[in-house]
Structure formats: structure tokens, C-alpha cells
Design a protein. Structure first.
Length: 114
């Protein structure tokens, strides 16, 4: 159960990060080098509850914008979940059907137990 909770938390954090990145584009505020968020780690902000400065050693590029991360783990978490996001959008109706078929197993479960 603890593993499931940890995995669920990691997915939630990553999805929040992805949602902010998914809307990033060329009109987003970046510095002269193309770094967004003044170099802060988009994942670290949600895992630590405060702004966390990223490092030039741990970066990812998405939509021609450079994201910095405080750790390789945060960077890799984002990269993995961008792949998940891509897989989701390739066949949304299929994934909704799959989720609906599983809903009965969690519908009545207390949120604290998920």
C-alpha cells in the first residue's frame, strides 16, 4: 500500500508539473538563454512546497524551452511523465474506457486509503 501511495504521489506531482509545462510555448517568459521559471525546478516546487533553484547540470528541453531541475531524479520524473502524457493523448478514448472499467474498485474507497 505504501508503494502504491508513493507511486500515486509521484504521478500526481508529475502531472501537475506537466500541466504547467504543457501550456508553455514561445510566448512564455524565459531569460535570454531560453531558461524558464528563472531556473527553478518545476517538480521540486511541488515536492518541497517552496521554490527550489534548479541546476544547469540537470535540464530538459520541451517546446524549445529549457527547464532546470535540482536533481537528476526530478528531471527523470518529468521526462518519464512526458512520455506517459504522450501515450495518453495518442488514444484518449481507449484510456477513458480503461479507467471507467476500473472505477468500481476505487469509487467507495476513502481517499486517504488510496
Amino acid at each position: 500500500m505504501a508503494l502504491f501511495t508513493s507511486f500515486k504521489t509521484a504521478i500526481a506531482v508529475a502531472l501537475i508539473g506537466i500541466s504547467s509545462i504543457a501550456h508553455a510555448g514561445h510566448d512564455t517568459e524565459t531569460d535570454q538563454n531560453g531558461v524558464i521559471l528563472a531556473g527553478h525546478d518545476v517538480i521540486g516546487y511541488f515536492t518541497e512546497g517552496k521554490p527550489v533553484l534548479g541546476s544547469a547540470k540537470f535540464t530538459a528541453v520541451y517546446n524549445d524551452i529549457i527547464y532546470r531541475f535540482a536533481s537528476v531524479e526530478n528531471r527523470d520524473l518529468l521526462n518519464i511523465n512526458l512520455d506517459v502524457d504522450k501515450a495518453w493523448t495518442e488514444n484518449i478514448p481507449k484510456h477513458i474506457l480503461e479507467a471507467n472499467s476500473e472505477w468500481h474498485m476505487v469509487e467507495e474507497v476513502d481517499a486517504n486509503k488510496l
